[in-house]
Write a protein that binds this ligand. Structure first.
Ligand SMILES: Cc1cc2nc3c(=O)[nH]c(=O)nc-3n(C[C@H](O)[C@H](O)[C@H](O)COP(=O)(O)OP(=O)(O)OC[C@H]3O[C@@H](n4cnc5c(N)ncnc54)[C@H](O)[C@@H]3O)c2cc1C
Length: 474
């Protein structure tokens, strides 16, 4: 499911007449969106600062996974990005306002609290921190050079890249994520090596059994990677034994995927709120209240133990209810009245069908597939924005609606094309695509600019505007 894009908050619709918000929620994983659903239904008119890059993409960690099979209510499982699209749609349907950016600073030293975002300062009576956790990296020798050139922290996002097809691949880690990624990569690689520092997998028994029974996966016990080898692309990993039992070796792999845990995103409140020994936010035991009244924590940022979608959602619910009670108790809440009482159903947009000779339209703002790409590349004089995606790529879910908005804002003066690299490997290879999302901007058959990963809408729009009017610098 792809969700029609909600209107971005502009900061002018504060909850009270003095411009102070009732509640700002930082983070848009299961914790943040669940808190928003509860707060919006309580007429608190909340703002969610979704996050953009600093602590993971909007939608959080589940945007980087495929099938979520343990979130209640989906008997056949659901793709992580689809689940997050649904949570977002539900939050927006009840009136949540979104700011699609990173919170840059938080000041808890005075009331109302201050949150800096997109160059402005929001003032809020209550705050929910739901900033989750970020993937860890090892920073091996050679890693910076080969990052995105064979090394990735998201097998689910990048596994379908043509360069990994039928190649030997490695995953580092021994937990659930590592096992899930190793199994997932057997779809693409010729063989997968799981590199485990100890002599056991920390994953759940079911997941570990799946790995150990899979003939396409070799587990390298008591092993650690020390160097990434290769000039333009990863072609090997230097390994060392962790138990001193054998000499180092080189594993000839073309892909390396990290699955070595996460670090809680607490940078914004360091020195302002107490953290535990591992850097997680400390709250009252079993409750969302932090050491500062009116500031609540939800999800993985305050949970070193359970770290699941459903526990994050549950704690988001608790945080919103606690915030509502605190605001009411302190007579701070300025609620909005909603008319009609029941909002319209959440809008959704159907997936774009792949264009062919019959369905291709020279003026369509957004089309899919190599047929449309070839036609427009050769025949159109408008700038072409090409996004290379894969079906399970969460960041692509975040980026696509942003691009469609840019093209709408440009009123058809530039056109967009989506290429699924899994369905159209040859095109992806020709274009030199090494992961998704990759964005390429063409004008008059010339590649003007290329981006990897999620980008700010304004950056892409400025590049297109420069193409349209080269005399005006972006
Ligand atoms: C590969 C993988 C597979 C998983 N599979 C499952 C599964 O099958 N089932 C399951 O239940 N759980 C699964 N999990 C765990 C689950 O994803 C997490 O427990 C859950 O997402 C935590 O939710 P959260 O809302 O606390 O944080 P996150 O999902 O981490 O979201 C944090 C949010 O905060 C935002 N943020 C960070 N910094 C800032 C900032 N400065 N400003 C604004 N926003 C910010 C981020 O952009 C993000 O939107 C999986 C995790 C991974 C990595």
């Amino acid at each position: 499911m792809e969700v029609a894009h909600p209107v971005e908050a502009n900061g002018s619709a504060a909850s009270s007449t003095d411009g102070i918000e009732n509640l700002v929620i930082v983070g848009s994983g299961p914790a943040g969106y669940t808190a928003a659903i509860y707060a919006a239904r309580a007429n608190l008119n909340p703002i969610v600062i979704t996050g953009f890059q600093l602590g993971g993409i909007a939608g959080g960690q589940l945007m980087t996974t495929t099938h979520v099979e343990n979130f209640p209510g989906f008997p056949d499982g659901i793709l992580g990005p689809d689940l997050m699209d649904r949570l977002q749609a539900q939050a927006v349907r009840w009136g949540t306002r979104l700011i699609e950016a990173d919170a840059e600073a938080i000041d808890l030293s005075q009331r109302p609290f201050k949150v800096s975002v997109e160059g402005r300062t929001l003032r809020t009576h209550a705050l929910i921190l739901a900033t989750g956790a970020s993937a860890n990296r090892l920073h091996l020798v050679g890693e910076d050079r080969l990052w995105s050139r064979g090394i990735s922290a998201c097998a689910i996002c990048d596994g379908a890249t043509p360069q990994f097809r039928n190649e030997e691949l490695a995953v580092i880690g021994g937990g659930d994520s590592a096992c899930e990624e190793a199994v997932y990569l057997t779809k693409y690689g010729s063989h997968v090596h799981l590199i485990v520092r100890s002599g056991a997998l920390r994953a759940s028994k079911a997941m570990a059994d799946r790995v150990l029974a899979n003939p396409s996966i070799t587990v390298h016990w008591h092993c650690q990677a020390v160097e990434a080898l290769g000039s333009d692309w990863l072609d090997g990993l230097k390994l060392e034994a962790t138990d001193g039992s054998e000499q180092g070796s080189v594993l000839a792999v073309r892909g390396l995927f990290y699955a070595i845990g996460h670090t809680p995103n607490t940078q914004l409140v360091q020195g302002q709120l107490p953290l535990d020994g591992r850097g997680y936010l400390q709250t009252e035991p079993g409750r969302p209240e932090t050491a500062v009244a009116g500031v609540f924590a939800a999800g993985d940022v305050a949970d070193a133990e359970w770290r699941q979608g459903v526990t994050a959602a549950g704690s988001g619910c608790q945080a919103a209810l606690a915030a509502e009670r605190w605001l009411t108790h302190n007579q701070l809440a300025v609620t909005v009245s909603r008319a009609p009482v029941d909002p319209e159903p959440a809008p959704s947009q159907p997936e774009t069908a792949t264009s062919d000779a019959e369905t291709f339209a020279a003026d369509a703002r957004w089309q899919k597939g190599s047929y449309a790409l070839r036609k427009l590349y050769h025949d159109s004089d408008r700038p072409l924005l090409v996004i290379y995606t894969s079906p399970t790529c969460g960041p692509c879910h975040v980026l696509k609606p942003q691009l469609k908005r840019v093209l709408d804002e440009l009123d058809g003066r530039a056109l967009g094309i989506e290429i699924d690299i899994e369905a159209e490997q040859e095109i992806a290879q020709q274009a030199g695509v090494t992961g998704t999302p990759t964005l390429q901007l063409f004008k008059d058959k010339v590649l003007v600019q290329q981006w990897r990963g999620v980008r700010q809408r304004r950056e892409i729009k400025a590049a297109i505007e420069t193409c349209l009017n080269p005399a005006v610098p972006a």
